[in-house]
Design a protein around this ligand. Structure first.
Ligand code: PLP
Length: 477
């Protein structure tokens, strides 16, 4: 009798089952879940793959019905998997832009679920029974928390800066210190944004030092505003000078122009009350003389992606009349989540407990160390089977997203390393396997060591991490 592997590939190709046959075989199990069009598509893809395998003369593969069904099932599940999925952020960067920045508190998740699943108040004035303004949902709260007269919300802080420049400085000059002409990342460069917004950039001072008279001398009849950009992602140290908000605010007011501050990561409370580095708040900036302040919703504030502009009523009114505001407006989901987060700020004492981001940032090293030691103990033996070393290591976490750039938080990490070239290669592969886990585990490589900073690992996620490490190590070769 001829062995399947001795048949020519054409021979075996001729025996490929038909699409209809495979539909018959699999419909009962899959059709009601995935639908006929998807099942048919997947069967075609599987047949294509099998044909490709058989075309390869060297292939000795022989396929029976069960093989097809298994491949069909695997492909169906793979295709049904969502690209947006939860990961374990063990990078050591709390507000990781590539991992979605702030994790929302339960209150915000509930609010956005409600807004998503029901008709809800968005631009509707209940008293009058007619059209309202969506900013009104959060304006009062924002004003209360920042001391501003008025507020508006757009898609993100980059949009807030853009809109503000377009509304107030189109064809007019904006004066800014050379030390603040920054790039935030994701191609947000202040000079480019200004150009696109139609504002004319007037640079003053030098990279490290700018003085009050630099601003005063640059003011002309075409000047619309002085702008200050919080240098979020770097620090100028040493022989430096910058002009304080109160001075710039006074200069602007005296010359009948605006003074606006892009804070980037604006927290609504003084972070130092939680033992974190002090970061200027929108309230501080407004009190010391800024006419407008912009800041992000998903950085230190700990809410959904959005950008706030708060400050003078007249200026906000002008900004809201700009047609770009309509393009940059936020959805009901964002507003619902933002409102819920803002409510939490009314009780600062409870904030670290409720606001996920603040809880992560204030988590003491001692607690992270205990957790790290516990986890090292539970995975040590499996990791050591591959000749790798595992330990607890004191590390420093970052806040991220350009917040408090030079300040680091004492944390603790699982560190996995290899003693020789070969086992170092295993560590590199382990990092990759962990990224491909069912729940991807994202750590970082440093000096050929895999570092898993546990600051953002909740207790209920520990089992997931243990399972992922087990699975990855077993697949390591
Ligand atoms: C982060 C940041 C931005 C951009 O904010 P997004 O919310 O990411 O759009 C703008 N300016 C400063 C100073 C920032 O730190």
């Amino acid at each position: 009798m001829m062995n399947a592997s001795n048949q020519t590939s054409e021979n075996r190709m001729a025996k490929l089952p038909s699409v209809d046959y495979l539909i018959q075989q699999s419909a009962e199990k899959f059709q009601s879940i995935y639908g006929l069009p998807e099942l048919t598509k997947v069967i075609r893809l599987v047949l294509q793959e099998v044909r490709q395998t058989l075309l390869n003369e060297a292939s000795t593969a022989n396929f029976v019905d069960a093989d097809y069904l298994q491949r069909i099932e695997k492909k169906l599940t793979q295709r049904a998997e969502k690209k947006v999925k939860a990961v374990l952020n063990l990078t050591g960067t709390v507000l990781h832009t590539n991992l979605g920045r702030a994790v929302l508190p339960k209150e915000a998740v509930d609010a956005l679920t409600l807004a998503a699943s029901e008709a809800c108040i968005l631009e509707y004035d209940l008293g009058e029974g007619k059209r309202g303004d969506r900013d009104q949902l959060i304006e009062e709260l924002l004003c209360e928390l920042t001391g501003a007269e008025a507020a508006t919300v757009v898609n993100n802080n980059a949009a807030a800066v853009f809109l503000l420049l377009h509304a107030l400085s189109e064809k007019k000059e904006t004066i800014i210190s050379r030390g603040e002409l920054i790039e935030i990342g994701g191609s947000f460069r202040i000079p480019d944004i200004m150009k696109r917004a139609g504002a004319k950039l007037v640079e003053v001072g030098t990279t490290n030092r700018t003085h009050a008279k630099d601003f005063v001398e640059a003011i002309t009849p075409k000047t619309a505003m002085i702008m200050k950009v919080h240098t979020s992602n770097y620090a100028v140290q040493g022989f430096t000078a910058h002009v304080e908000d109160d001075v710039l605010g006074r200069i602007a007011t005296e010359h009948d122009i605006s003074y606006v501050v892009d804070l980037g990561s604006g927290s609504l409370v003084d972070m130092s009350i939680y033992g974190l580095p002090k970061e200027p708040t929108p309230m501080d900036a407004l009190q010391s003389g800024a006419h407008l302040v912009t800041f992000s919703g998903d950085k230190l504030l700990g809410g959904p992606q959005c950008g706030m502009i708060v400050g003078s009523r007249d200026l906000i009114h002008k900004i809201k009349k700009n047609p770009l505001k309509r393009m940059l407006r936020v959805s009901k989901l964002t507003l619902a989540a933002l409102e819920a987060v803002l409510h939490l700020y009314r009780n600062p004492a409870k904030l670290p407990e409720r606001l996920v981001v603040l809880g992560q940032l204030t988590r003491p090293r001692a607690e992270i160390l205990t957790q790290t030691l516990r986890l090292v103990t539970s995975v040590r033996s499996i990791v050591e089977t591959k000749g790798l070393t595992i330990d607890a290591l004191e590390v420093m976490s970052q806040i991220g997203s350009g917040s408090l750039p030079v300040d680091l938080l004492p944390s603790c990490a699982i560190v996995i390393s290899g003693g020789n070239k070969n086992s170092q290669k295993l560590v590199v592969r382990l990092e990759k396997l962990l990224r491909k886990s069912t729940v991807p585990v994202i750590g970082r490589m440093k000096d050929q060591q895999l570092i898993l900073d546990l600051r953002c690992l909740r207790e209920d996620q520990e089992e997931i991490l243990i399972a992922a490490i087990h699975h990855a190590v077993l697949n390591l070769s």
